[in-house]
Design a protein. Structure first.
Length: 181
């Protein structure tokens, strides 16, 4: 059995949860999320905790979903209570970004034209100097948005590491071709 799946999810104050069959809805100060969970894993609310259970002697596919469901529920509760943030860093001579509203950013990153990125609903983008912060309640969407922004200009491994990278990401600079004498 999964050790993560056995741990209960503690519900903080100000967060409301409703469980109807396989659908779990979580409402909190930052927003609201709803998700359908696999039917094999039973999710129940006990006072200020959410507990996930599976039948004894379950098959391997069912056991593999046990920890997943608990992690998804925990991410939903954390998202509506505190939210998620993912940071990106822009590195390169002349590379910059500018806000154009809460969910739109214009990048000038070495292309012949500026690149405008518009975020999906419920995601806010903020530029501070050479850093871009992606904020939202759904961890999956925040990570996907950060990944799409990074794809606009990934870091270069053969030169100086210029491009868009995650905050704290270590880009290994590779050695290029050597000229024979």
């Amino acid at each position: 059995m999964s050790r993560i799946g056995k741990k209960p999810v503690i519900i903080p104050k100000g967060v409301e949860i409703s469980i109807k069959g396989n659908v779990i809805s979580v409402k909190g100060p930052k927003g609201q999320l709803s998700r359908e969970m696999p039917a094999e894993v039973k999710v129940a609310q006990e006072e200020d905790k959410i507990v996930c259970t599976i039948p004894e002697n379950s098959s391997k596919p069912v056991r593999s979903k046990f920890g997943l469901v608990r992690a998804l529920v925990n991410n939903m509760v954390t998202g509506v209570h505190t939210g998620f943030t993912r940071g990106l860093e822009i590195i390169g001579v002349g590379y910059k970004a500018q806000n154009q509203g809460d969910s739109k950013i214009q990048f000038n990153i070495g292309y012949s034209h500026p690149v405008v990125y518009e975020a999906p609903a419920n995601i806010t983008l903020k530029v501070e100097g050479n850093k871009v912060f992606v904020n939202g309640v759904d961890k999956e969407v925040v990570g996907q948005t950060a990944s799409e922004i990074r794809k606009i200009r990934p870091p270069k491994h053969y030169k100086d590491g210029a491009g868009i990278r995650y905050l704290g990401e270590n880009v290994r600079i590779k050695v290029g071709k050597k000229l024979a004498a």
